[in-house]
Design a protein around this ligand. Structure first.
Ligand SMILES: [Fe+2]
Ligand SMILES: [Fe+2]
Length: 303
């Protein structure tokens, strides 16, 4: 009964808060490249004292480009999974399929939002920024895990995105208002996704039983390690973009400091902030206390 109520309510809320792309991004809503885009808790540029203030700003914007490119990549990976789960089966809550269809439609719209952001960024920023890929190959490697493990990964990412806005972006007055607006509108719809994901995760966990649940935790950690390898590559691409943007090459020592600091910043942004998220941990803990404990035990490495 609770599930029936939830799917119905979530669908109603989704329809009520739904926004149109053309209302939030376009030529009449430019980004202000004189301001930072990402909060310092994710960018972690302040400790890089070998960079001047203007250079740190460039790095902040390069990291913001990568931030939304990562969400574009992840949402491209999530979309087929939601589409697979959406079709209704006999005996299921009648609101389940429409709620998941709405979820999939929103993720498709978010992907288009991130693509339009990428185009606007390329026009406004001094140099080209690269992002790891190809997206199809990365998505296929992530999807090559159990459905329950994959849904756990999606749940972690959705909770992280949602909390990023509430805890780090919303109150930060220094950030570019347009970039902030993109994150705000994404958050508005993600707020329903975390709840839908929780329902889906619990549904799959009930069906899979203890063995599948234990495997899902292994899969989550495996996907996390794979993503972490991608983050290390992304740090290298960001370093090259920064050196091109500031017109100088960093010393070997400064490059190493850059790599270590920025890799850890990305670990926190994409993995640690999920592993430290109470909503995520509670959703996992309701299914497996030992699984929750395992996730909490690896969290410090990603913070
Ligand atoms: Fe999204
Ligand atoms: Fe989402």
């Amino acid at each position: 009964m609770t599930q029936a109520l939830n799917y119905e309510r979530l669908l109603e809320t989704s329809k009520r808060v739904n926004w149109r792309l053309e209302d939030i991004i376009g030529a009449d809503k430019p980004m202000d490249f004189s301001k930072p885009f990402l909060p310092e808790s994710f960018a972690r540029t302040a400790s890089l004292d070998f960079l001047g203030e203007a250079e740190r700003l460039k790095l902040n914007q390069i990291r913001a480009f990568g931030y939304l490119a990562m969400f574009e990549l992840v949402e491209r990976c999530i979309l087929p999974m939601i589409e697979d789960l959406a079709p209704s089966k006999p005996g299921q809550d009648p609101h389940r399929a429409p709620a998941l269809d709405q979820f999939a439609a929103e993720e498709a719209k978010h992907i288009e939002l991130f693509v339009r952001f990428r185009r606007a960024f390329v026009e406004g920023f001094d140099v080209a920024c690269d992002f790891i890929g190809p997206a199809e190959q990365i998505g296929a490697a992530i999807r090559d895990h159990s459905p329950l493990g994959l849904s756990l990964f999606v749940l972690g990412i959705e909770w992280a995105t949602q909390r990023h806005y509430v805890e780090s972006v919303q109150a930060d007055e220094a950030l570019d208002p347009q970039f902030k607006s993109l994150l705000k509108h994404h958050w508005i719809e993600e707020s329903q996704h975390v709840k839908l994901d929780t329902l889906v995760f619990h549904e799959l966990a009930a069906k899979g039983g203890d063995a599948q649940i234990a495997r899902a935790i292994d899969d989550f950690l495996d996907i996390g390690a794979f993503v972490d390898g991608g983050l290390a590559q992304q740090v290298q691409l960001d370093l090259l973009a920064l050196e091109t943007a500031i017109g100088r090459t960093l010393s070997p020592t400064d490059r190493e400091t850059f790599r270590v600091t920025q890799h850890q910043a990305m670990r926190w942004t994409f993995i640690g902030s999920a592993l430290r998220n109470e909503g995520f941990l509670n959703a996992v803990g309701e299914v497996t206390a030992s699984g929750r404990a395992r996730l909490e035990s690896v969290a410090p490495a990603f913070c």
